[in-house]
Design a protein. Structure first.
Length: 420
């Protein structure tokens, strides 16, 4: 309604102006180069308006012609950007699908269309890595590392490459450079630096950088074993025991470092504490180490197991110690108690056979049937929980699969035991 009123008012105004112009009196005359033009005032006014409109139209036309190349350039660059974005998207899809050839092709196309942006460099580097062209990827990561905003991405790529080829010095350099940028991603950097510390055996740094789920007791044991200063080694081992009190390698390392530092009484106490929580042959071996006299060994064994005499492992230790000391009846009593506690392993039956050989008797296993012997579980040992490889001794990192903190006491699958 308002619009209608406004249009009616405008029409009335135009009519009024036209009427006013049409009724203007007088003449307008001009003489140019001897030619005189005369017209009535209304005609002269209309001619003037037409002239202004024509000049305005010509100026617009000239401006449009002059701006045409710019418009074409804008249109072309817009088309390149759209095509480049599409190539980038296709690179990501090919990377996710593991299609190295397609990823490289699309990444190169994106670089041609969009230039060397952090995004195109990153995609091209990842595509090169996927295709196994590590040198090409390295050169691209180096270019990316020079970028003021995205340098962290380049350093991250270089760091990962160095880790993959186990070039620890280069990895440490890249990690330091990335840390100095102080960019978001420091959590990632912390985890990667912890991984580097583990790979290079820098256990104290591994403890400092690792997250709460890391096997810090294992790292602590490794740090104590690698520490040349005995007091510092004892402290590191004590911390590992505190971290995981039932962890045998921690108790063994703590006790052995105490012994090395001349603190034998505390060493034996540490072994007893370890036995109380988790009886283990390694604790017994260390407790009796350096004591050749069988009677003395029997005493030490009895002291060690005092807190936990009914455990099958305590029975095994006492049976062996009694046998070594020539107390065959006691040895048999302890061995059979171990058997009754559920131990059914070759080491026990070897011990029983040795006891039998000493007094000329024969002790068959429970329910023994010569025609169909009971299945016997294998002797326990150190086994990687991750790759199931049996190891002769505990280690902080599995030598086979490089997984840290996963070697534990148990049974490996028979195939792995035979292979190992
Ligand atoms: Zn392993």
């Amino acid at each position: 309604m308002r619009r209608l009123v406004a249009r009616l008012v405008a029409a009335a105004l135009v009519l009024a102006i036209a009427w006013w112009v049409a009724h203007l009196t007088g003449h307008v005359g001009a003489t140019v180069a001897g030619v005189t033009i005369e017209a009535s005032t209304p005609v002269a006014l209309v001619a003037l308006v037409l002239l202004v409109l024509i000049v305005y139209g010509i100026l617009r036309l000239i401006a449009a012609i002059l701006s045409t190349p710019g418009r074409i350039g804008f249109w072309r660059s817009r088309r390149r950007r759209v095509s480049g974005d599409l190539a980038s998207t296709r690179t990501l899809v090919a990377l996710a699908a593991g299609d190295a050839n397609a990823a490289r092709k699309q990444a190169n196309r994106a670089r041609r269309l969009l230039g060397d942006t952090p995004q195109t460099l990153m995609h091209a580097a990842e595509a090169a890595r996927l295709a196994g062209h590590e040198n090409e990827a390295e050169a691209l990561f180096e270019r990316l590392a020079e970028h003021s905003e995205a340098g962290f991405l380049g350093l991250r790529g270089l760091f990962r490459q160095a880790m993959a080829r186990e070039d620890w010095a280069a990895a440490a350099d890249h990690a330091r450079s990335a840390a100095s940028l102080r960019l978001p991603g420091s959590n990632w950097l912390k985890a990667e630096r912890a991984e580097l510390a583990i790979r290079t055996g820098n256990w104290r740094q591994a403890i400092a950088l690792s997250g709460p789920d890391a096997p810090k007791a294992s790292f602590g044991v490794a740090a104590a074993l690698a520490e040349p200063d005995i007091d510092r080694a004892i402290k590191l081992a004590a911390r590992a025991v505190k971290e995981n009190p039932g962890f045998t390698p921690a108790a063994v390392t703590y006790a052995s470092k105490l012994r090395e530092g001349g603190r034998e009484v505390r060493a034996q106490a540490a072994l007893r504490d370890g036995w109380k929580l988790n009886p283990h042959p390694d604790l017994a071996a260390l407790a009796l180490e350096g004591t050749p006299d069988p009677a003395q060994r029997l005493k030490l064994a009895a002291r060690l197991i005092r807190s936990n005499p009914g455990d099958a492992e305590s029975r095994m230790l006492m049976a062996q110690s009694y046998l070594d000391a020539g107390q065959v009846a006691e040895a048999r009593r302890e061995a059979l108690a171990a058997r009754d506690a559920g131990l059914n392993q070759p080491r026990l039956w070897k011990l029983i056979a040795a006891i039998d050989a000493r007094d000329g008797t024969t002790t068959p296993p429970p329910g023994y049937d010569a025609a169909e012997p009971l299945p016997m579980s294998a002797d326990p040992g150190w086994v990687c929980e991750f790759c199931q490889t049996a190891e002769t001794q505990w280690q902080p990192v599995c030598p086979t699969c490089k997984t840290p903190g996963r070697i534990s006491w148990g049974n490996a699958p028979r195939s792995k035991l035979l292979a190992g």
